[in-house]
Design a binder for this molecule. Structure first.
Ligand code: G1P
Length: 296
């Protein structure tokens, strides 16, 4: 019988250099997307899919991350005294969202290296990995579909999305063959960030993975790849190519994904999400129309 997956690993040790100076003293995962730090969307997504044990792989400046998922006694009692229950609820919401754990990455030697830091905590069970730069709209299903496929096939499952071929050099790119399921493919090959014009498909890895523990054994012997870093994609490629531990499958996501990885995409994500919010959308939408008309 397949083990029920309860653990999520969230790498949050990046230096966030694209957002300097905002990220000088604060991790990029704490940047607000509308009024919530990016990392909270990701933890909420994991919890919504039933993953209540969250391990964050942190780096420098981890205090803000730990504090965000802990009590803020002074602030809470001030809001309580004022009778501001709305805001109190917002503050308290992230306190008990999940069972939070933290481990430091030490040297930032790549995503594969970060995942390897989860080995002790995860043990020999399958687990999910969620990357903070990719936000998946809560109205669209992805992670629970991947968990379902993982348990059905007892294999490794990664999330894929069709991207503009001009952007394929920014992603891990998969070559695939169909399965009987419309939204599931079998991965035959993976290349981390292929040079422009060399990608063999437009199916890109987006930051959600459901991994089997054998990934740790492979990562331990994976040499540095693209950018001199230990790449998760390279370990997955070895798994797919040699059909290790059931091989690798992809769930093709066709829903709404927001990229917060660089400044332009981050601004777009905020606008997209704010436009759809009940409290902000009705005022923002007409303003945006007027504003964009001025740009013509
Ligand atoms: C990472 C992965 C890449 C994947 C991407 C998705 O790259 O290495 O394979 O396509 O996340 O966001 P990063 O964007 O962290 O450089």
């Amino acid at each position: 019988m397949a083990t029920k997956i309860t653990k999520a690993v969230i790498p949050a040790a990046g230096l966030g250099t694209r957002f300097l100076p905002a990220t000088k003293a604060m991790p990029k995962e704490m940047l607000p997307v509308v009024d919530k730090p990016a990392i909270q969307y990701v933890v909420e997504e994991a919890v919504a899919a039933g993953l209540t044990d969250v391990l964050m792989i942190t780096g420098r400046n981890k205090n803000a991350l730990e504090n965000h998922f802990d009590r803020m006694t002074e602030l809470e009692s001030t809001l309580q005294r004022k009778g501001d229950t709305d805001r109190l609820h917002k503050v308290e919401f992230s306190n008990d969202l999940a069972d939070m754990h933290y481990v430091r990455q030490g040297d930032p030697r790549g995503l594969g290296h970060a995942i390897l830091r989860a080995k002790m905590h995860v043990g020999r069970e399958p687990f999910a990995v969620l990357l903070g730069d990719d936000l998946i709209d809560e109205r669209d299903v992805l992670l629970s579909r991947m968990l379902e496929e993982q348990s059905g096939r007892n294999a490794t499952v990664i999330a894929l999305m069709e991207v503009d071929p001009a952007l394929s050099h920014m992603y891990g790119i998969a070559t695939v063959e169909p399965t009987d399921d419309d939204d599931v493919v079998r991965i035959t090959g993976l290349v981390e960030k292929p040079a422009q014009g060399t990608a063999l498909s437009n199916l890109a890895i987006i930051g959600r993975y459901v991994l089997r523990p054998e990934i740790f054994d492979i990562l331990e012997r994976t040499d540095p790849g693209k950018g001199g870093e230990i790449q998760l994609t390279d370990a997955l490629q070895e798994m797919a190519e040699n059909d290790i531990a059931g091989g690798v499958y992809g769930v093709v996501f066709r829903g709404r994904r927001y990229d917060t990885g660089d400044r332009l995409d981050y601004i777009k994500a905020i606008v997209q999400l704010a436009v759809e919010r009940e409290d902000l959308g009705p005022d923002l939408r007409p303003w945006l129309k007027q504003f964009s008309a001025q740009l013509d």
